[in-house]
Design a protein around this ligand. Sequence first.
Ligand SMILES: [Zn+2]
Length: 215
Amino acid sequence: MKEQQARLDICEAGRRLWQRGHVAANDGNISARLDDGNILCTPTGVSKGFMQPQDLCVVDLDGNHRSGPKVSVEVATHLAAYRLRPDVEGVVHAHPPTITAYACSGRSMAGNLLVETVLLGLADLPTLRCAPPGAPELAEDMAPVAEAFNVFLMANHGALTVGADVFSAYHRMEALEHSARIAMLAEQLGPKPMTESEIAALLAFGESLKAKVGY
Ligand SMILES: [Zn+2]
């Protein structure tokens, strides 16, 4: 991505994460792959709701600091995603309460309640083990599933999403939390699951959409 646009996108995505309650205080981190191959990322100890474009830092793919303030240790997991997936140009990590509650319970959200959950494949997500922020074990767990998924749960911690740019990763985080919230509310009310044939029809619709528009 072009650096100036990436700086603006990271700040806007940070504002939305904070405003929607997907992060508290200085939680979370956002990054973008720049045209020169370096990674622009949010610094440590900063609220994502109030960042300015000049507040961000740059590291190389090995995590060596290039410019700006001190980088967050959690960026190590972003760097793993960039190394594993050359197509990824944006990464978002946050602690949205509902999906994080699922990640703290070891449960997946129900895959038979909400159309979007089926179409976006959000019910059957890989979970990275519980480990300290930025620990190499998280990258180890991501490696075998990186090609097949754009959304990863982090046990007892939160979620990480990747995309072709900052906003596609951000939108995946927003959709993930929204689906999780609806799934949890429906469970409380008493769910009325979709039938097998309704789910099969949705999956067929999703495949045809993918073939037509690269959904
Ligand atoms: Zn975190």
